[in-house]
Ligand binder design. Structure first.
Ligand SMILES: [Zn+2]
Length: 114
């Protein structure tokens, strides 16, 4: 099992910062990948929206579900020595690279949790 560990507040700002274009579906992040004009799609000028499942309340709910349901599973794998920890605070391409390195090293298969 690979655990991609991200600081709670950092994760919250990544998720709540997400904006979607209702016309072309392009995804932005007001913190990490903002559009050139605030709240406006670079490609077609549509007003960006926050999806229902990116709202603060829904995200907190998802993170709570993670704590209650997924963390105990991670703990089980950690105790049996089969948990691989990856630092999720790095930029996305570096996280991806580390995950693939670990898969190559251990020959593990990943499943998404949370
Ligand atoms: Zn668009």
């Amino acid at each position: 099992m690979i655990l991609i560990d991200v600081d709670y507040n950092q994760l919250l700002s990544r998720l709540t910062g997400r904006r979607t274009c209702p016309t072309c579906g392009r995804i932005y992040n007001v913190h990490l990948q903002p559009p050139r004009v605030a709240e406006t799609c670079d490609l077609d000028g549509s007003r960006l929206v926050t999806r229902e499942d990116d709202s603060d309340a829904v995200i907190r709910e998802r993170l709570t579900a993670y704590e209650q349901q997924t963390r105990p599973v991670a703990e089980y794998y950690r105790r049996s020595g089969r948990l691989v920890w990856v630092d999720g605070s790095m930029p996305v391409d570096q996280v991806t690279e580390h995950v693939f390195q670990e898969i190559e090293r251990h020959g593990v298969i990943t499943a998404e949790g949370g």
